[in-house]
Design a protein around this ligand. Structure first.
Ligand code: ZN
Length: 261
């Protein structure tokens, strides 16, 4: 998604050439793509598939929609299995027609429902807390504390948390909650980008590391102090960067990663 204008084949080629070691695949990229061909593409490349993005969107006041979400998440698990992705990132969802507590309850129920399939496929699930500005529509899980609590309550080695600096940098309890997450062996993924000042679009104006106000090296340090040795995943949604030459943009990403992460 970071290089949205590129298709999977281009991403695999360009990332491999650039010395990037892994890729997380958004499911929309797989639409219209022959699964066998996509699989071969990844198998033949040096890239490790880090995760499949995204599952989730569990809550709704409408039962039919909640059931539909379960179906979609089961499909995501089978896709992750097919592509050898060890993890699905969950953007958990929210329905503004009910309380956030109710939405969180339905998220937890949803995860528990799909968990047996995830376990039998060997695919882990990461609850990604989103910035509170998304609490009405994208996720009722908005702090790392809430994600940690939910993962602890579900209490499965297959359910953990994705820590994304964009969503969590503002939280005064972040260091403490990262430690808690690590202590529980629940820190499954780490995403980086930056918070532009001012931010002109709350979805598609994420900054390149070093361009905004997040102290990324400090947060990375907290994450690594827990023993986390997974990928540092650059995840930038940006109309500005999608509009530029993607080769030049990839070069910028590499520099920003090496100097400001
Ligand atoms: Zn993320």
């Amino acid at each position: 998604m970071t290089n949205k204008p590129w298709n999977l084949r281009q991403c695999v080629k360009k990332y491999s050439d650039a010395g990037i070691k892994g890729i997380s695949i958004w499911r929309n990229v797989l639409e219209g793509q022959d699964p066998g061909e996509a699989n071969r593409l990844l198998d033949d490349s040096p890239l490790e598939v880090v995760s499949l993005v995204r599952g989730g969107f569990f809550p709704s006041v409408e039962k039919k929609k909640r059931l539909g979400a379960i179906e979609d998440n089961l499909l995501a698990i089978s896709q992750a299995y097919a592509f050898g992705a060890p993890l699905i990132v969950l953007v958990c969802g929210s329905d503004s027609r009910q309380s956030l507590e109710k939405s969180r309850e339905q998220i937890k129920e949803g995860i528990i429902k799909i968990l047996p399939e995830a376990i039998s496929a060997g695919v882990k699930l990461a609850i990604e807390p989103l910035h509170p500005m998304y609490s009405a529509d994208r996720s009722a899980v908005n702090t790392l504390a809430q994600a940690n609590t939910m993962a602890e309550e579900i209490n499965s080695e297959f359910v953990g948390v994705a820590v994304d600096v964009y969503h969590l940098w503002w939280d005064g309890n972040l260091q403490k909650e990262i430690e808690r997450c690590g202590r529980n062996d629940k820190l499954f993924a780490f995403h980086v980008c930056d918070w532009n000042v001012p931010t002109v679009d709350f979805l598609n104006d994420r900054g390149l590391m070093g361009d905004g106000c997040i102290n990324i090296p400090e947060i990375r340090n907290w994450v690594e102090e827990t023993g986390f040795d997974g990928f540092n995943e650059v995840e930038i949604f940006s109309e500005k960067f999608w509009a530029m030459d993607q080769n030049d943009y990839l070069e910028k990403i590499k520099n920003a990663y090496l100097n400001f992460t």
